[in-house]
Design a protein around this ligand. Structure first.
Ligand SMILES: [Zn+2]
Length: 94
């Protein structure tokens, strides 16, 4: 985990708000409007940055699946992110 990729806490909080606003305060995967988290498309642990194109809004349900690696995400969150669903063996863009 590299510390230089991280925004200071206050700026990160503001960045998360920008992400939520861009995504219309909805989970990009299922449209849920509650229990929203901001997720790093490329994980922080793999050098993912706190940039708008690496952050997207997901609900806790999908967030859990992502971290269990049932869903694999890649792409540019400002444009579209490809979701690979390992269980259903499907791929879609959000
Ligand atoms: Zn969701």
């Amino acid at each position: 985990m590299s510390i230089e990729n991280r925004l200071p806490p206050d700026e990160y909080k503001a960045r998360c708000k920008e992400v939520l606003q861009r995504d219309g305060w909805r989970c990009r995967l299922c449209g849920r409007r509650n229990t929203l988290h901001v997720h790093h498309v490329l994980f922080r642990s793999r050098g993912g940055k706190d940039t708008l194109n690496n952050l997207l809004t997901v609900c806790y349900l999908q967030h859990e699946q992502i971290h269990k690696k049932e869903l694999i995400l890649f792409g540019d969150a400002n444009c579209f992110v490809t979701v690979q669903d390992k269980k259903k063996q499907i791929r879609y863009n959000v």
